[in-house]
Design a protein. Structure first.
Length: 309
């Protein structure tokens, strides 16, 4: 039997949804947490009772980014997607999806299946998404979820997508402030501040998972050849970051595409240190801020053959 993970977007929090996206993952770590109520009593030194307490699901998925599965992750962590067709006449199978942060996040039903058993997790909300890429590697993604409950599952047959993977060689542009930067690696983290203890009397499960703030930060490594980034950090200057990946053509001259725009960022660290005769590598860390004119903190464009998320 094939090992797989499948996601389905729920119509409301905790309402089971059928899977719509199967993911050929690298690893997962989903588990149910049970906080037992163990009263401390005067009659003995040892605990005598264990009563049922709150439960919740916590876990993560690690995978390699394909041009279709990453859209489900972006929708989960950002919450808003506007889909259009850039050229319906010459490229009727091509769709573009703009992902931006929303005030609320969707919940998902997540299936985890192996040759031993199947597990189904309901009411899962994305806490954090991390994208990483380095020389010689595929673009990787790790997403953390907080969920309501676990149920048994009878595994089915997965249906894999056909979209290509993005690799380090597909990086078309990495620019800072409009200037190209030759990077060796980068990381981007999108993290939601979730309320993880919203329970109500009469139910051991989470009633909902409200979302508070959002934080977007990251880093990149490059050869230390001048003071550009160090001076920008020391002078407390603001800038912007643009990242583009381009895959093979879909049709009508439209390739698979992933574009990440951070319209306003500040550096939180920059510089290089000496290590014997090793090449000087500068590590730059940054944090994204809300851009008033753009009315957002991050904007991601994904092009593929998926009709919508």
């Amino acid at each position: 039997m094939v090992r797989y993970v499948a996601l389905g977007k729920e119509s409301s929090f905790g309402t089971e949804a059928s899977p719509t996206r199967y993911i050929d993952l690298a690893r997962e770590s989903f588990a149910t947490r049970h906080d037992w109520i163990i009263p401390e009593l005067a009659s003995a030194r040892w605990p005598r009772y264990a009563l049922k307490g709150p439960i919740r699901v916590e876990g993560s998925l690690d995978m390699y980014v394909r041009a279709d599965n990453v859209g489900e992750l972006l929708m989960a962590v950002l919450g808003s997607c506007l889909t259009s067709q850039p050229d319906p006449d010459n490229a009727p199978s091509v769709y573009e999806h703009h992902f931006t942060p929303a005030d609320s996040l969707p919940s998902y039903t997540i299936h985890v299946a192996s040759e031993v058993t199947g597990r189904k997790f309901l009411g899962c909300v994305a806490r954090r998404l991390e994208l990483t890429c380095a020389v010689g590697e595929l673009l990787g993604a790790s997403v953390d979820f907080l969920g309501r409950e676990e149920q048994p599952l009878t595994p089915g047959t997965p249906s894999w997508g056909e979209a290509p993977f993005f690799t380090f060689a597909d990086l078309l542009e990495f620019s800072v402030g409009g200037s190209a930067v030759s990077v060796r690696a980068f990381t981007l983290r999108i993290e939601n501040d979730l309320v993880d203890d919203w329970y109500l009397l009469g139910d051991r499960r989470l009633a909902e998972v409200p979302v508070r703030g959002i934080n977007v930060e990251g880093s990149f490594d490059l050869k230390f050849s001048d003071r550009t980034h160090l001076d920008r950090f020391l002078n407390a200057e603001e800038t912007y970051v643009l990242i583009k990946f381009q895959g093979p053509e879909i049709e009508g001259g439209k390739p698979y595409w992933l574009e990440i725009l951070l319209p306003r960022v500040v550096y939180t660290a920059a510089g290089a240190n000496i290590d014997r005769r090793e090449l000087l590598v500068e590590g730059v860390e940054f944090r994204a801020l809300y851009h008033e004119a753009a009315d957002r903190i991050i904007d991601i464009l994904l092009r593929n053959k998926v009709t919508g998320y």
